[in-house]
Ligand binder design. Sequence first.
Ligand code: SF4
Ligand code: SF4
Length: 385
Amino acid sequence: MAVPISQMWTIASYVVSQKLRGNKRYPLVMQLEPLFRCNLACAGCGKIQYPAHILKRQLTPEQCWSAAEECGAPVVAIPGGEPLLHPQIKEIIEGLIARKKYVYCCTNALLLKQRLEEGLLKPSKYLSFSVHMDGQEEHHDFAVCREGTFKTALEGIKLAVEMGFRVTTNTTLFDGADPNSVRAFFDEMMALGVEGVMVSPGYAYPKAPDQKTFMREREKTQSFFKMLLSNRKAAWKFNQSPLFLEFLMGKRDYECTPWGLPTYNIFGWQKPCYLLQDGYVDTFKELIETTEWSNYGRASGNTACQQCMVHCGYEPSAVDHTFSSIGGLFATVKAMLASSYVDSTQAAALSEEAKKPHGPLVQLGISAGVRRVDNRQAEMAASGV
Ligand code: SF4
Ligand code: SF4
């Protein structure tokens, strides 16, 4: 596990204090979306298809700080859009650091090198650049729909590491992905000196309410991650809960805890999670108190939740499990100390995969054509309007 001790300690003491207070629904990571504009137009993006007048809007630093204070989560992730396009991103991040929040600036890194050379920010234990990298060069450029993106992001990562910044990568995996290639990608990222990688399947939108199909899709996701994450190399570091990785591998089951990663953006607090948009409210308190949480998660029967194994719903569940019992703590320590997951069946499956052609790439559980981006709006987003 590649999370620094000070951050682990902050999270552990925060979760324990929530439990001692009997708070069942506590936020762990706040997702702060200060804008939806982006300089890319990825085909699977759920943000950049807003109309131009929405793409022009952005949160002020004061709005960001006040939301983070109200929410109280010890970690703030800043996706977007592309946060480095926000003209006041420096103030936003510095203000969050001043409030002792661990900040993950989730960037596609197209502007990272340039911004760092301009002196954007100073290294801090509270700040990580979490770079969107969807695999090796060919896979990444395909996923983000633009050639050359991988190389540009790599330059940004190298400079950030050289300058002493904490750098992680985040990878959304696609149906048709080559597990051997993703493993080689882990090697490449570790060789660059990043602190750790993060992986998650994409969100599987329910095309049809066919439970049998959903079950097969979820099993497909689990068998992919079992192949990918068994027989791990000692050099690989993951910047996420080891129990969440076991969940992806199908080794344990969790129910979603969407309040663990609440999302705040120009519309307010998003109900119920980062992936679904069932309305907005003005305050975090209202989000917690007025959302019908029983309508979400797998057990609810909600078709939108049946295939979902995305980190924003399940990583908080895994962290909560760690601190809920001696068993959870023991399972986490065991996963951290003996994390190679040797499995000869999965090694054989990987060898078989190496003989197969891979692609075309589509997001896990999503058929091509679902949530298609309007190219005209995407181009407007890319030009920064
Ligand atoms: S990098 Fe891609 S997925 Fe991320 S906000 Fe931009 S267009 Fe969307
Ligand atoms: S399972 Fe949880 S995270 Fe996934 S879509 Fe449903 S509410 Fe959102």
